[in-house]
Design a binder for this molecule. Structure first.
Ligand code: FES
Ligand SMILES: [Fe+2]
Length: 359
């Protein structure tokens, strides 16, 4: 087994730097990690009305899978392959409203649920159409308005998202609105997993994030581990903004300034009193990643306050440190580190999952 992480954090060493440096593990991670788990594909507002289709490239530059979100006439939202079953042409190139999906190469038509409808000049073709002439339909998991799919559904979505849902589903997710002008992509010169593991510990907050450290109570910062996700709870310091929690919340009575959920392997859901910042970490090369920050606002008046006030500043600070680590792991003198038992549970858990999926 190429990677072993001791389950006892007090004894464990961090994952070998081979994981970040060797091209073969970057390649193996496609099938072993990213295809077997759940990936963000968009939200229901992108296909709001019946007849709308929206193309999505799943992890462009990495998995590069062309998919199509479709809202069919039976009022179902589906995730389909966006590749014509005749010669492999890409079907939809931009969001549009349709009666049926028509390939512009040779005119094959499909229903909005992917079922084959018609094909010119195919009368003599035997055993046609067959089930494989329909567009493949992928599993789709809905969490509020957010949509996730899995290329090779080997895990139940509830195992990945259930703990987050139990904790924060009291929030009115349908009232969260996507705000493109508050959203952006960052190119980070680091391996995707280095970016994730930095996110997974609050240990660096007092050292790296002076502004954030001034508004959250570092001494009461906690990390909770779930099977395929984790939660860091940031409590508000002094008079800083915190959630108005309903009585049924497991956190009732706490001054929660931010819920930082991470879902294996590459998704972060940061809930603040103003709404949600989703961060998707997208591998490009072993040394470069794109991180998409998607802002969904629930309460406009609470923007620019508390722990979620200045995400760009915090991102710049994280990028700087993670890019330094990317250089450091190439050193002949560094192969493993150790974990703080109190502060780095999230990183240890992540490394264990990476090792489990790769081995
Ligand atoms: S590739 Fe679509 S009809 Fe030929
Ligand atoms: Fe950070």
């Amino acid at each position: 087994m190429p990677f072993e992480i001791n389950p006892d954090i007090a004894k464990a060493k961090t994952i070998s730097t081979d994981f970040y440096l060797k091209e073969k593990y970057f390649e193996q991670s496609k099938e072993k990690i990213f295809c077997t788990t759940w990936q963000f594909v968009g939200d229901t507002d992108q296909v709001k009305d019946q007849g709308w289709v929206t193309p999505v490239t799943l992890l462009e530059h990495y998995l590069n899978e062309s998919l199509l979100l479709s809202h069919d006439k039976q009022d179902n939202i589906l995730c389909l392959s966006n590749v014509c079953t005749h010669r492999g042409n890409i079907l939809a190139e931009r969001p549009c409203k349709l009666n049926d999906i028509r390939c512009k190469y040779h005119g094959r038509r499909f229903q909005l649920d992917g079922k084959f409808l018609s094909m010119p000049e195919f009368k003599e073709v035997e055993n046609f159409p067959a089930p494989e002439d329909n567009l493949s339909q992928l599993p789709l998991f809905k969490l509020g308005k957010w949509l996730f799919t899995s290329l090779n559904k080997s895990h139940q979505p509830e195992h990945f998202f259930g703990d987050m849902i139990n904790r924060v589903s009291w929030m009115p997710f349908q009232d969260f609105h996507f705000r493109p002008e508050l959203s952006r992509d960052y190119i980070v010169n680091a391996h995707w997993a280095l970016y994730c593991e930095n996110y997974l510990e609050g240990f660096h907050i007092p050292f790296v994030h002076a502004g954030l450290n001034a508004v959250i109570d570092y001494s009461n910062y906690t990390t909770e581990i779930f099977p395929y996700s984790s939660l860091q709870l940031g409590l508000a310091k002094n008079d800083e903004l915190f959630f108005d929690l309903p009585p049924g919340s497991p956190d009732a009575g706490k001054k929660v300034g931010g819920y930082y959920f991470w879902v294996f392997p590459n998704m972060m859901f940061n809930f603040y009193p103003w709404g949600l910042s989703i961060n998707i970490v997208k591998p490009i090369t072993p040394e470069q990643s794109k991180v998409s920050f998607l802002s969904y606002v629930w309460d406009e008046n609470k923007l620019r306050q508390g722990a979620g006030a200045d995400l760009h500043q915090v991102e710049m600070e994280d990028e700087d440190i993670v890019q330094h680590v990317q250089k450091g792991i190439r050193s002949r003198f560094y192969n493993h580190g150790r974990y703080s038992v109190k502060m780095e549970k999230g990183t240890h858990h992540f490394h264990r999952l990476l090792a489990d999926f790769i081995n």
